[in-house]
Write a protein that binds this ligand. Structure first.
Ligand code: TGC
Ligand code: FAD
Length: 387
């Protein structure tokens, strides 16, 4: 029996019927709605916002949160498969879902008051309220403990001053989850668009994640009531807890990007005739394709096991770091190699590898750079903090 090139170890057979149905539904959406438009959106530097209602209607926003807040209540493996299939289309679409789900809805659910959950989560699940997550600051994102943005208590209000940088969905967002230093350590605040003194400014001239909105956020004496503070967490573990959720999804996403590159390059090399034979008939090419399939397979096994650990409630942040590092590196290497195999044709967005490669330059940097994740593993092995 012939194996599936993008699933050589039959990961599908290890999924439940519900997980397979979710994967198929999102795969169909990506094939029919994302892939036909994404090359142009990337060229134009435009996030295809018109896709949001359908993404929401499919239950992909906050998909792991409970149904009582209007969410789908799916397990972690399903969330991973959603990320994988969306990123097979484009990292920007997966980014939108990651930020909304893991970085905005999750903290409101995990750290928010019941009133905040009821106020925001159902509208966010419907895609009517869009969120962004402000942790990184202009002076250096790898070390968020050194946070300059601060919030000062003033009677029953908080006054926020500072700036955040590289914020996905910044100019799209109706609310920002903003992390700020207070006298009691880092705390999270929900800042609504239009609050006086709060401005989002889109970052232009990006060569990566062009089908995604990235912004700077600026806070000049932004006054919000205490009811907009997330009451149930203090300290860096608040934002880092959100990152663990998002990074988990990001371990799956790049698998989709790599699968898209492999699929395209296998077809191309079978039909490209050079030196009187298909390009795919050369050992040098077959070894490159085999290497891609090997690395995709290892990444799939890592993410599936990570997902099963997550669903069992035992997943550890350093396990997520290992998979985020491995899978982003795997996909970036594959996208670059695929671009090379396409020759000159590989430099336009008619073929997906250059778009995925450019996107993955961000994916390997955000949510903790490759170095940050390597040092997390180093710390796990040695017990010595080398940051
Ligand atoms: P450290 O001393 O290690 O930890 C402080 C407290 O946090 C706890 N903790 C975690 N909790 C949950 N998940 C994790 N991954 C955690 N890592 C640590 C830890 O137990 C401790 O708790 P407690 O109770 O003892 O206070 O903190 P550190 O200052 O040494 O930092 C370590 C380091 C470098 C790993 C951390 O700062 C880090 O991860 N830096 C990278 C920052 C980053 O990833 N930023 C991402 C910004 S968001 C983004 O990029 C979105 S892109 C979205 C998209 O478009 O898809
Ligand atoms: P720096 O922290 O300045 O790092 C620079 C270099 O130094 C890196 O190579 C890093 O690996 C290396 N380095 C750092 N520390 C060490 C060390 N101890 N030893 C050796 N090397 C080290 N942030 C948000 O808060 N919300 C978002 O929605 C968001 N979306 C993003 C979207 C995009 C497209 C991008 C590109 C970024 C986004 N980010 C977001 C920011 C992202 O998380 C940061 O870019 C990332 O954490 C790295 O921070 P930095 O860019 O300031 O680099």
């Amino acid at each position: 029996m012939a194996l599936t090139p993008t699933d050589l170890f039959d990961i599908r057979s290890m999924l439940t019927e519900e997980e397979c149905m979710i994967q198929d539904a999102v795969a169909r959406f990506t094939d029919e709605k994302v892939i036909p438009i994404i090359g142009d959106a990337f060229d134009q530097g435009r996030f295809p916002k018109e896709l949001v209602p359908e993404i929401a209607a499919m239950g992909l926003l906050g998909s792991s949160l409970p149904e009582e807040y209007g969410c789908a209540g799916l397990n972690g493996v399903s969330y991973g498969l959603i990320c994988q299939e969306l990123e097979r289309g484009d990292s920007g679409i997966r980014s939108f879902v990651s930020v909304q789900s893991s970085l905005c809805m999750y903290p409101i659910f995990a750290y928010g008051s019941e009133e905040q959950r009821r106020k925001y989560l159902p509208g966010m699940a419907r895609g009517e309220i869009i969120g962004c997550f402000g942790l990184t600051e202009p002076h250096g994102g790898s070390d968020p403990a050194n946070m300059k943005t601060h919030a000062k208590k003033d009677g029953g209000d908080w006054v926020i001053n500072g700036a955040k940088m590289w914020i996905t969905n910044g100019n799209l967002a109706d609310i920002a989850i903003v992390w700020a230093m207070t006298e009691e350590g880092i705390q999270g605040f929900i800042v609504e668009k239009g609050t006086p003194g709060f401005v989002a400014q889109e970052i232009k001239h990006k060569m990566s994640l062009r089908a995604s909105v990235t912004s700077g956020l600026f806070f000049d004496n932004v006054r919000i009531p205490d009811s907009q503070r997330l009451p149930n967490v203090k300290g860096l573990k608040g934002p880092l807890g959100c990152l663990t959720q998002a990074r988990y999804g990001i371990t799956w996403g790049p698998i989709g990007a790599a699968q898209a590159c492999l699929t395209e390059v296998v077809e191309y090399t079978k039909t490209r005739i050079l030196f009187n034979r298909p390009l795919a008939a050369n050992q040098a090419i077959q070894i490159k394709l085999a290497e891609m399939a090997r690395r995709i397979t290892m990444a799939q096994l890592l993410s599936l096991q990570l997902g099963r650990l997550k669903d069992a409630g035992t997943m550890q942040p350093s396990q997520v770091s290992l998979a985020k590092w491995n899978n982003c590196r795997m996909a970036l290497d594959i996208a670059r190699e695929a671009r090379d195999i396409l020759g000159g044709a590989g430099i336009t967005t008619e073929y997906c590898p250059i778009r995925h490669a450019l996107n993955l330059e961000s994916v390997i940097t955000y949510e903790g750079t490759e170095t940050v994740h390597q040092l997390v593993i180093g710390r796990e092995l040695t017990g010595i903090n080398a940051f």
